[in-house]
Design a protein around this ligand. Structure first.
Ligand SMILES: [Zn+2]
Length: 182
């Protein structure tokens, strides 16, 4: 069974890197970061000014170094990408990175000690642990997935996601909703 909602990403040298959502794969092709190597027969992605075969496999135009086998290096931007720019305390848009255990108390710049946070919550929490500040983490920090590492290496920004209404249609009848992709 072919999974139409996941696309395999090859590096410029044809080594498989990761799978990404169909939405991400289309963005990569639209931004000229990747070319379609293989597509689903008869299925196309159609929107206002877009008409593409539904990619099964895309290949990056430029070679990227993706740290898969070792841990991805920590970065503030990486934390925001991993957490999808959602504040770990309130769920609203995050633009800052909070150290769960503050650096002044020995907390480090690590994936498991940092979360995305909105400026207001970061300011409110200040130099305290969540318990001391009476604030609860909605989700626990985690090591980034290979897909996160790939998006970081490709320099994709938060705004690069395609609009939710962009569907995938085949032959004008069979509709595959890419919005349902988990
Ligand atoms: Zn917040």
């Amino acid at each position: 069974m072919i999974n139409k909602r996941q696309t395999l990403v090859l590096n410029a040298g044809f080594e498989p890197l990761s799978t990404v959502s169909l939405r991400r794969a289309v963005v990569l092709v639209m931004q000229d970061k990747a070319v379609v190597e293989q597509s689903h027969p008869g299925l196309r992605v159609r929107a206002a000014s877009l008409d593409l075969p539904v990619p099964q496999v895309v290949r990056l135009c430029r070679y990227v170094r993706v740290p898969f086998r070792q841990r991805a290096p920590w970065s503030r931007r990486g934390v925001l990408v991993r957490d999808r720019h959602r504040c770990a305390y309130c769920g609203r848009r995050a633009t800052t990175v909070d150290h769960v255990v503050p650096r002044s108390r020995g907390g480090g710049d690590t994936w498991l000690n940092t979360v995305a946070a909105c400026a207001a919550d970061n300011h409110r929490k200040a130099d305290r642990t969540p318990v001391q500040a009476g604030m609860r983490l909605l989700t626990q920090p985690f090591e980034p997935t290979p897909a996160d590492a790939l998006l970081l290496a490709l320099n994709l920004r938060d705004g690069d996601a395609l609009p939710e209404w962009l569907g995938v249609r085949g032959g004008g009848t069979a509709a595959v909703s890419s919005a349902a992709a988990g």
